[in-house]
Design a protein around this ligand. Structure first.
Ligand code: BJW
Length: 258
């Protein structure tokens, strides 16, 4: 049975319909409906493993097999996953807004597969790996070895192979965080979607955007850590809210241009 589309606030639809620049920050919640576990929700990744046990260099050097195995498992899940309606709606939004930048904390690459082009990956991408000693990128064959549970070592120098993701205590890629800060500063509207907004510096971006004058909207199944500091909170699953919101904006843009 089709559900009745939610009514959005006129100000949200109007702001998006006339926006020249939109920045979107996404977190694990948008991929939840593609079957990828989130980090901090009940049943999320961190419920089985605490972040400090796995997502940092010390843990990796202490137990590389465990960390490599965890990422090999998640890589397989991400490879088998399909973009959901939320990812596709963001790709459609990109075609409607003159300048739309998608900033993601996710490492699953589902945006590109849904058709988005302007994607900034703040925390890397799980499909890439490299040697911690000589920085040589790992080949697909070496990554397949990772999936089999053996400790993956660099064939050139014998160094450990790690995923090309950003762990706690590591700097974000400079080009990516600078581009994200630029997009936040210039945005007319900033959407923060499916993130608990507790991990920095990503969690600062919506607040920075608001400080620069953007209309900031959170879309989440529950209020995040920054919900009180944004202009509007839309509660609901991203895979349902985003297609409805983009359709409402498309309709409004059509009215304005005819
Ligand atoms: C739905 C939904 C549906 C569910 N629809 N919604 C300033 C203050 C305090 C601390 C720091 C600070 N600056 C830096 C730090 C330290 C640290 C940090 O932030 N710590 C905090 C935990 C306190 N940050 C760092 O270390 C960062 N580096 C850095 O800042 O470098 C400079 C520096 C270095 C050294 C010292 C000091 C400064 C690096 C952070 C790297 C984060 N890496 C991870 C792992 C990536 C690889 C991997 O995937 O394994 O990134 S941790 C993990 O958290 C992952 C995520 O990208 C990130 C954010 O999580 P996210 O996406 O928000 O997921 P959840 O699960 O938390 O939330 C899901 C949300 O979805 C929930 O709200 C649900 O309700 C919602 N939801 N279903 C819509 N269907």
């Amino acid at each position: 049975m089709n559900e009745i589309p939610r009514p959005f606030s006129p100000v949200l639809v109007d702001r998006l319909a006339v926006a020249g620049r939109v920045a979107v920050l996404t977190g694990a919640g948008i991929s939840a409906e593609s079957g990828l576990a989130t980090f901090r929700d009940p049943g999320g990744i961190w419920e089985q493993f605490r972040p400090e046990e796995l997502a940092n260099m010390t843990a990796f050097l202490h137990n590389p097999e465990l960390v490599q195995g965890w990422y090999a498992h998640r890589r397989k899940v991400a490879e088998e996953a399909r973009p959901n309606a939320g990812h596709y709606a963001l790709a459609e939004l990109e075609t409607m807004v003159p300048n739309c930048t998608l900033i993601t904390q996710n490492i699953d690459g589902l945006y590109n597969r849904a058709g988005s082009h302007h994607v900034i990956e703040l925390h890397g991408n799980i499909m890439r790996s490299y040697c911690v000693v000589c920085a040589r990128p790992a080949t697909a064959l070496e990554l397949a070895t990772l999936s089999e549970g053996a400790t993956a070592m660099c064939p050139e120098c014998g160094g450990l192979i790690r995923p090309d993701v950003v762990w706690f205590g590591e700097m974000l890629p400079e080009v990516a965080i600078n581009a994200a800060a630029d997009a936040a500063r210039e945005a007319d509207v900033f959407l923060s979607i499916g993130t608990s907004a507790v991990v920095y510096p990503a969690a600062n971006l919506p607040l920075e955007a608001r400080g620069w004058g953007a209309f900031v909207v959170e879309i989440n199944i529950e209020p995040s850590a920054i919900a009180n500091a944004v202009d509007e909170v839309v509660l609901g699953p991203a895979g349902r809210v985003l297609p409805e919101l983009v359709a409402a904006v498309w309709h409004k843009r059509t009215l304005l241009t005819n």
